[in-house]
Design a protein around this ligand. Structure first.
Ligand code: ZN
Length: 135
């Protein structure tokens, strides 16, 4: 059986599928993390994280809830490597903070992260204009 077209999951993820074996990938969207479209969404998620990290210290679970509110359901296994990568690249820095009986890691944007966000915002604004251009 051959399928073709677009499939939109309730989490907002959109996948294309052409053949039966790719359809399995589409069904995997039911899991609480993004399977398809990740190559598009991961940059949006990073910008979203950076945006909040400029405004206030963020922590894993908090940002996970914020992203979920916007329709991005990320697992810890996706989010934490992303935060670590952004820290390694110098966009975020983190400190360990005691929260009740547990420690949690708080992330803030670095100066480089702030500059990067401002630059990205210009590009997002321009793309937004084109994507939603009135014809
Ligand atoms: Zn937000």
């Amino acid at each position: 059986m051959e399928y073709s077209g677009l499939y939109q999951h309730t989490n907002g993820a959109i996948a294309t599928y052409l053949e039966g074996n790719l359809f399995c990938t589409v069904l995997n969207l039911a899991k609480p993390y993004l399977m398809d479209g990740r190559e598009f969404y991961s940059s949006l998620i990073r910008l979203h994280i950076l945006h909040h990290a400029v405004q206030e210290p963020i922590f894993g679970v908090g940002i996970m809830e914020e992203l979920a509110r916007h329709g991005y359901k990320l697992s810890a296994g996706t989010l934490y490597p992303m935060l670590h990568d952004m820290e390694r690249k110098g966009y975020l820095f983190s400190v360990e903070e005691r929260s009740g009986r547990q420690n949690r890691r708080l992330y803030r944007a670095t100066d480089l992260g702030k500059v990067q966000l401002e630059d990205a915002k210009k590009k997002v604004r321009e793309l937004f204009g084109e994507l939603f251009e009135e014809v």
